[in-house]
Write a new protein. Structure first.
Length: 255
């Protein structure tokens, strides 16, 4: 399905009768992609790392910075909230744009960040090679492989890296509310005792000459203050409390 066709179909749906975590837009997925226990979620090969940094910072970053400015007039707020992050952390945001992962990368600047994505993204020709180089990590569908995925995430967080999750799971273009969160990101944060960095995408009306030819709204990305899990309580309660606290804070910003 083409992107424009997908958005059009999405706009015609009655969202009251759809699971909040259900994928609305189905992408073309002609290739096979299988994850097993030996899959390398984060490649540590030096040549791969060099190529990844070269493509990300030398090519993708400047192109995406220009592209998001032209298309969305992207504004980034709250960068001061991540300048002191030295340890590992989990970043979360609402999932409302095809390029929202690129915008998150721009917000973090020189900080290395990995992005979790659905396994299906690695079934798209060329795209799967590119997103791997840019830091994408597939979330395995097979429950038996989840433990290997979690182990890899534990390791990269303990190495001081930032991993981004979309707790809403599914992409809903231009959705103007925070949907129900899944537990995964918050469970990892509690297990590894790392903070959650909430990020909110907000939409605003285009102004000036842009409103003449712009049908869709422009975008503001707001980085909120990191939120740590409670020290008291059992793991299950900590996860639920952290998830609720992050959700409420993101909803407050959207209001």
């Amino acid at each position: 399905m083409r992107t424009s066709e997908g958005i059009k179909k999405f706009e015609e749906l009655d969202l009251r009768y759809i699971d909040e975590n259900e994928n609305i837009i189905n992408l073309w997925q002609p290739l096979e992609f299988n994850i097993d226990k030996d899959y390398e979620y984060i490649c540590k090969d030096k040549i791969f790392s060099f190529a990844s940094n070269l493509i990300y910072y030398g090519i993708a970053y400047p192109i995406l910075k220009l592209l998001t400015k032209v298309i969305y007039d992207l504004k980034i707020e709250g960068m001061e909230n991540i300048k002191d992050i030295k340890s590992g952390a989990i970043s979360v945001s609402n999932h409302v744009l095809f390029l929202d992962c690129a915008m998150i990368g721009l917000a973090y600047g020189s900080k290395k960040i990995y992005y979790t994505t659905q396994e299906e993204s690695f079934k798209i020709p060329f795209v799967r090679k590119l997103i791997k180089l840019l830091g994408a990590i597939p979330i395995p569908q097979n429950i038996n492989n989840k433990k290997y995925f979690l182990k890899a995430m534990d390791e990269t967080l303990n190495e001081g890296n930032i991993v981004h999750f979309y707790p809403e799971a599914a992409l809903w273009p231009y959705c103007d509310r925070i949907r129900k969160f899944k537990n995964g990101a918050f469970d990892l944060a509690v297990r590894n005792n790392v903070p959650i960095i909430p990020i909110v995408f907000k939409f605003r009306e285009a102004t000036g000459i842009r409103k003449i030819f712009k049908r869709k709204k422009d975008v503001t990305l707001k980085i909120l203050k990191p939120i740590k899990c409670e020290e008291k309580g059992n793991t299950k309660q900590k996860v639920e409390d952290l998830k609720e606290k992050v959700s409420l804070e993101m909803k407050r910003v959207l209001k």
